[in-house]
Design a protein around this ligand. Sequence first.
Ligand code: NAD
Length: 423
Amino acid sequence: MAQDSTRLLVEAEKILRRAVIDLLGYDEDTFEALRHPERVIQVKIPVRMDNGKVKVFIGWRSEHNSALGPYKGGIRYHPETTKEEVIALSMMMTWKNALAGLPYGGGKGGVRVDPHALSPRELEELSRGFIRGIYKYIGPDKDIPAPDVYTNPQIMAWMMDEYYRLTGDNAFAMITGKPKILGGMETRIIATGFGTAVAARETAKRLWGGIEGKKVAVQGYGNAGYYAAKFLHEMGAIIVAVSDSKGGIYSSKGLNPDEVLEVKKKTGSVINYDKAEKKITNEELLELDVDVLVPAAIEDVITEENMDKIKAKLIVEAANGPTTAEADVYLSTKKGVVIVPDILANAGGVIMSHIEWMNNRMGGYISEEEAKRRLEQKMAENVAAVWDFWHKELDPKKHTMRDAAYALAVKRVIEAMKLRGWL
Ligand code: NAD
C-alpha cells in the first residue's frame, strides 16, 4: 500500500503535468507552483484504549491549494493510509472542487487506523484527538472537512463538538456530512447517484437529444449505483442490467430499480431478483450492447483486456477510476465513445457539501427540495462547461473528455492564483 500510495501521488502529478504543460501550454514553473501542497499537518493521536493502555495513531491533513477558497475534502480512516496518499487525494480535490465551480480549494485528511477494531468510545477519542491536532488550521473560512472512507455523520458530529470545546465557536459550517439535526442535509444520501444520473442525461442530450428510451447498464448496486439507476429510470431510461459483487441480472424490457433494491436488501444480492430474464457476470455486463454504461463499483474495470468488447457509446463514471488511462484514450479517440470522467460525474457529494455549508452559514434556510434542485442545476452547468471547453478549446478527436475536465479545472486555479499574485 505504501508503494501504491506513492504510485497514486506519481499518477496525480502526471495528470497535473499533462493538463498544465501539454493541454494548457504553461511552463515547468507553473507546474511546480501547483504541484506541492501549501501545508501538510501531521498529528500524533494518543488514545487510551478500553484495556487501559495508551495507543498512538498518526494522521495527516493536507491542504493543497486555497486559491479558489477554503480547503475542502474528506477525512478517511484506513489502516493503510499514508501521507503520500493524503497529499495526492488533496491535490485531486483541488481539481474536483474547481471543476464543480465551488468556492473551495482542495484538502484531504487521513488517519492510519482500522476503525472496525475500535470500540465506539475509542473511535470518539480518536476523532476528538485528530481535531485537537488540526483545529488551528480548520474552520468555516479556512478548511472544511467531510466524511470519506470509513468515517460517517457521527464522527463529523464529534469533530464539530471538539472544535466547539476548543474554540468556543459553535460553528456548524466547519464540517459537512453531519447528522441532519446538527445541520446536515438528508439529500446527501442521493447526491452522488443523482448527480451521476444528471451528468448522464445532460451528455445524452448533446449526443442523442435525450436519455429517454436509452438502454443503461449499471455495475455496482450500492449508494452510487442504486441512486444512479433509480434516477435514470425516473428520467425515462431503461435499466436493462445491474450487478453487485455476486454477479448481475439482465432484462431487455427493463428492471425496476426499487424492486431490485428490495430483493438485494432481503437476500444480500441483486442476483436473487427472479423477474429478470437472465443472470449475467460482471464481465458480461460491461460488454452488453447498451447505450450507456455506468461503472459504480470499483476501479480498473474497463481496461486494455476488455476495451475492444465495450459496446456502450456513453460511459458515465460514478466510481472513482473505473477506466484505465489506456482504455480511456482508446475508447475516446479510436472508437468515439464519450466517457464522462469521475471528477465530473461523481461530484454530487461535494456539491451537496457546499449546499450544507451555505445552509449552515445562512442559519438553516435551504429545504431538501431546494438542495436537490441546486445540485441538479450545478451538475448540468458543469457538464455544459466541460463539453464546451472540450469542443472549443481542445480537439474532441484527439483529446478525451477527461482531458477537458482536468484542463478546465487547472485553468481556473491558475487564473485565481494569477489574480492573487501567486503566479
Ligand atoms: P457501496 O459500498 O455503497 O457500493 C458498492 C457496490 O459495488 C456494492 O453493490 C458492491 O456489491 C459492488 N461491488 C463491489 N465489488 C464489486 C465487483 N468486483 N464487481 C461488481 N460490483 C462490485 O459504495 P458506493 O458509495 O456506492 O461507491 C461506489 C463507487 O463510487 C466507489 O468507487 C466510490 O469511490 C465511488 N464514489 C462514491 C461516492 C458516494 O458518495 N457514495 C462519491 C464519489 C465516488
